[in-house]
Design a protein around this ligand. Structure first.
Ligand SMILES: [Zn+2]
Length: 424
């Protein structure tokens, strides 16, 4: 199995490089928007979908020859081609979603990018001859040699690098590296089931209860105060502008801290267990209820995504257990199912004599269901994890609340993922 990993590093462009970068962000945005407009106009005129090659010729090659777009020649051509590649992927995802070929949430059609988007990004591929120099700087064509904080070792042969400016005004370089599976960990005996609950972040079948750490809750409270302060500021005022940046920074910090903590937890669980099973909670469904806030704060989707790709990477088993399986109210000793319990019932007694902690019992059931084959005598089904897919970050995103994914770290991506952000 081949996995694509993302390696993210903070970069520190000089003032001059920042000017060149903003020029490149702008050109990429213009090409993206020109391409989108051209296709929309063709559609309104009842013409056929403009093919990728023709689009590239018209909005890049020919446009450069016109006085209105001559300045496109000042940035790397690869950056412009990659902006169009994003547009093409966004269209493909949209069409596949319409036809049902793409599973999951509906994908919206591509939208115009704006100068005011809180997140700007450009991508250089191998063709662009970006290079990590011996002095540790990152050479970007037509930008310069940019200083990088190398917080971990970047494997050689990165296939692309995306340069991102986030809402907090920070710059990141996000490299894509393709690796073959050769990181398998030595096998261990233990297997674990995980219940993702509301009182604890996670409860393991061995009885371990993991609470979201205090520092994270504190940071979330601080963010909330900042957001309230922002809402009191006059629209269009300089103070509001400043408050926006402060909220974005606080947001970035909470997201960074949460991700770090989840990385440590998921790594430990994968290292210590040969097989990991979690209940498929359908977080999207839960998110619409009044539990939404705590659910989203808990960030289970990101966490189970980490478990999934780390399992794939380190040769462990990972599976989600169907969520309609009654893990909470089934006795893990005798298999009897009791009536529904409200959320405040934390422990219960089974007629068989067993006393259960609600969450630990659920985790044990998840483990049992996970270990069973496709269909077992308790009627639970196991869906093997297919695609490791934490989200990408290479897209220009209009939403500040989601603009904090570009932190340093490593994650896995799949084809076309860069544009998946359109979907949510
Ligand atoms: Zn029982």
């Amino acid at each position: 199995m081949v996995v694509q990993l993302r390696y993210n590093f903070r970069v520190y462009p000089t003032a001059g490089q920042q000017t060149e970068l903003s020029k490149a962000f702008g050109c990429a945005r213009v090409v993206f928007n020109d391409g989108l407009r051209l296709r929309q106009q063709a559609r309104e005129a009842g013409l056929a979908y403009v093919p990728d090659g023709e689009l590239s010729r018209r909005v890049i090659t020919e446009a450069k020859l016109t006085p209105q777009r001559a300045w496109l020649g000042e940035v790397s051509a690869v950056v412009l081609q990659q902006a169009l590649a994003d547009l093409n992927t966004a269209y493909r995802n949209f069409f596949n979603s319409l036809s049902g070929r793409r599973k999951g949430r509906m994908v919206a059609p591509p939208r115009f990018r704006s100068r005011k988007d809180n997140r700007q990004a450009i991508r250089f591929t191998r063709n662009a001859r970006f290079k990590v120099l011996d002095n540790g700087r990152l050479r970007l064509p037509k930008i310069g040699d940019v200083e990088v904080r190398w917080s971990r070792t970047l494997p050689p042969e990165a296939s692309s690098v995306t340069v991102i400016k986030d809402a907090a005004g920070r710059y990141f370089a996000s490299f894509v590296v393709t690796t073959a599976e050769d990181e398998t960990l030595p096998p261990v005996e233990s297997k674990v089931g995980i219940d993702l609950g509301l009182t604890h972040f996670a409860v393991l079948s061995d009885g371990t209860k993991v609470a979201a750490p205090k520092f994270l809750r504190r940071a979330a409270r601080k963010l909330k105060r900042r957001q309230q302060a922002l809402s009191r500021k006059q629209k269009g005022s300089a103070n509001r502008e400043k408050a926006v940046v402060k909220v974005a920074r606080a947001h970035a910090r909470v997201a960074d801290t949460r991700r770090d903590w989840q990385h440590k937890l998921s790594t430990a669980i994968i290292r210590d267990n040969q097989a990991v099973y979690v209940e498929d909670l359908c977080v999207a469904g839960l998110g619409r209820t009044r539990l939404a806030k705590s659910v989203h704060d808990a960030g289970w989707a990101a966490f189970t995504g980490m478990l999934e790709y780390k399992a794939a990477r380190y040769g462990r088993t990972f599976a989600r257990v169907d969520r309609f399986f009654p893990s909470t109210r089934m006795c893990s000793q005798c298999g009897r199912t009791t009536e529904k319990m409200t959320l405040n019932v934390r422990s219960w007694d089974c007629p068989c004599g067993a006393t259960h902690d609600r969450d630990v019992n659920a985790a044990i059931n998840v483990l049992a269901a996970g270990q069973a084959d496709n269909s077992n005598d308790r009627g639970a089904r196991v869906r093997p994890g297919l695609v490791p897919a934490p989200r990408g970050e290479a897209v220009t995103h209009p939403d500040a609340a989601r603009s904090t994914r570009s932190v340093e770290g490593t994650s896995v991506l799949q084809d076309g993922e860069d544009v998946n952000a359109w979907a949510c």
